[in-house]
Write a protein that binds this ligand. Sequence first.
Ligand code: NAD
Ligand code: GLY
Length: 368
Amino acid sequence: MSVTRVELAGRSYEVRVGGGLLADVAAQCGPLLRKKVVPIITDANVAAAWQDTVAQSLRAAGHEPRFLVLGAGEATKSWSVLELVIDWLLAEEVERGDHVLALGGGVIGDLTGFAAAVLKRGCGFIQLPTTLLAQVDSSVGGKTAINSRAGKNLVGAFHQPSLVLADLDTLTTLPQRELGAGYAEVIKYGILGDPAFFDWCEAHGPQVIAGDRAAQEYAVDMSVAAKARIVAEDERETTGARALLNLGHTFGHALEAQTGFCDRLLHGEGVALGMVLAARYSARKGYVSQGDAARIGAAIGGAGLPVEVSTLGLNCDGRALADHMLHDKKMDAGTLPFVLLKGIGQAFLDKQVALDDVAAFLDEQLQG
Ligand code: NAD
Ligand code: GLY
């Protein structure tokens, strides 16, 4: 097992990565679980694969696990499900000093984290991420949210977990397409700030997605270390360091919005294609070489992720995609900061991008 600390003054916590962590969850959480009853939020797919493992460990340590099993999928990050979760936690008499366990992917982690942030003005929670995406990104850093009618992740809070247990065993039951979507967030760390890790991803990315345990472990360790560094530097995305984690997300969110935030394009797939577009747009602006942009596209495509907007079958023009960007929560006094590239490992924030220019670029991309 490897351990990375997210250093945040009085709110520092550990991210432990390894095998068997869910089977040992009671001991791993130790005194954080201060009562007999332990509330756990999960979804139906995760429950089918991992509920018994967690329950056994807790029961063997004298706890009484109580599970709230929600429907799987992005629709679960909603006001109505949040209300259900809060009512359940209140009925379970969860107090501020207690910890709620979030067993699942980014949907369960974001929702449970937000419920914990507002329950009695804030109670503790522990992330038990079961997707590659959640292990390398969403479980670390304390961004919690639900979606609203106006868009994705528009209602939320910064609320750090007390502990993250990323059990690599859970990746064995994860569908391969979900592994690919999570891998987009892995290679992102190389593209935005670590050229040596990008080199490693070029060589080993397909192994991560094919289920190679050593490759997965290295990918998760490196990603967690990068995210922990960035979050410690800029917890609330105020100085610019954390904003670089949005590489590919502005283009990606527009594509997700156009496809209706559904299985047609998973979040990670949108980010993958978004990073390719950010690289090509950076090349068009003369910031990065065409060669580096092509290398990024080849590494992402080589991992089986989408690299051409024209293959999505979108029935729209570049202006429609750019219009989705107007609703981006990063909009700041009429400008939308874009994460662009000066090279592989050299992301920067460009606050001077004209959406008309982006729309023209997307028109070209849509034509293939
Ligand atoms: P998800 O939570 O929907 O999980 C994907 C699918 O895999 C679901 O069907 C789930 O039931 C299933 N699943 C999860 N673990 C499994 C396992 N071990 N075995 C079998 N099936 C399993 O999606 P995700 O990709 O993990 O997360 C996406 C969400 O994360 C989005 O809502 C996105 O906005 C959010 N996100 C948040 C942050 C953040 O910093 N908070 C960062 C990135 C993404
Ligand atoms: N996933 C982006 C962030 O945590 O800031």
